[in-house]
Ligand binder design. Structure first.
Ligand SMILES: [Zn+2]
Length: 279
């Protein structure tokens, strides 16, 4: 049996016992993700403010096929040019995410990736009142007080993920830039540099209201370190655009098409989902 994946013998229901690396926290953990958001139980919260975010489009460096998704790697130490000029020029202010449930802590974008289904109407990880969407985009940030993604990844307040639910509809201009690159990384391990700037802020929906709760990574090692911020308003990509994701392969040319790479909702185990009062 292979290591964890999304197949019948190594998929999410087997992650706590899968050979070649078992993750008991998958069933024993108390803050596993994703979850089903039950809107009638969401706590409206006065103290939750607006999110503050600032991204530099030049920091999106490369996109790779990881064998479980595509992943855009983001330079967390400033842009390429800043890195080159750092000895003679003061680096510009670092990009970051703060506010909302994160308060004054600053979180730096490290990577983004997605989960999607083989057919429209399934593929998101979070569900809302039991409703699943066709895909879900994750912008993964780490708390800069830990110095690096690796140091932050297993701390209770180490990571913050912005989740965008995706439905199939209108074409998405920023996502289109990504689709052009996905064609070049069909197989596991394929990787290409990103030359044209890509702005992560353009993936956020127009309405910035959100649900938030304390959760985990949704792939092994399933660290319980994520403050989840799931936007209420879905974003849209076109049918042609979602096909670019479904045309990726889990492995080599002869392997299955990369689809249904999502973990289903986990038990809440007493957690409360909160939403800001202002919207
Ligand atoms: Zn994810």
């Amino acid at each position: 049996m292979e290591k964890w994946g999304y197949g019948g013998d190594n998929g999410p229901s087997m992650w706590h016992i899968v050979e070649g690396g078992a993750y008991p926290v998958a069933v024993e953990g108390n803050r596993q993700s994703p979850i089903d958001v039950q809107t009638n139980k969401v706590e409206v919260c006065d103290e939750l403010g607006e999110l503050k975010y600032m991204y530099d489009p030049k920091n999106c460096m490369s996109v790779e096929n990881t064998g479980s998704s595509w992943k855009v790697n983001v330079n967390s130490d400033g842009s390429r040019i800043d890195a080159l000029l750092s000895c003679i020029k003061k680096p510009r202010e670092k990009t970051n995410l703060s506010g909302g449930p994160l308060g004054n802590d600053k979180y730096q974008l490290a990577q983004f990736h997605a989960h999607w289904g083989g057919e429209n109407g399934r593929g998101s990880e979070h569900t809302v009142d039991g409703k699943m969407f066709s895909a879900e985009l994750h912008l993964v940030h780490y708390n800069v007080k830990y110095g690096s993604f690796g140091e932050a990844a297993d701390k209770p307040d180490g990571l913050a993920v912005l989740g965008m639910l995706i439905k199939v509809g209108a074409e998405h201009a920023e996502f289109g830039k990504l689709c052009d690159l996905l064609r070049k990384i069909p197989k596991k391990g394929d990787k290409v540099d990103i030359c044209a700037p890509m702005d992560p802020a353009n993936f956020l929906p127009r309405n910035k209201s959100y649900y938030t709760y304390e959760g985990s990574l949704t792939t092994p090692p399933l660290f319980e370190s994520v403050t989840w911020i799931l936007f209420k308003q879905p974003i849209e990509v076109s049918q042609a655009q979602i096909r670019f994701m479904r045309d990726l392969k889990f492995g080599d040319d002869h392997s299955e098409r990369m689809c249904d790479n999502y973990r289903p909702p986990c038990p809440l185990k007493g957690r409360v989902v909160r939403t800001p009062k202002w919207l």
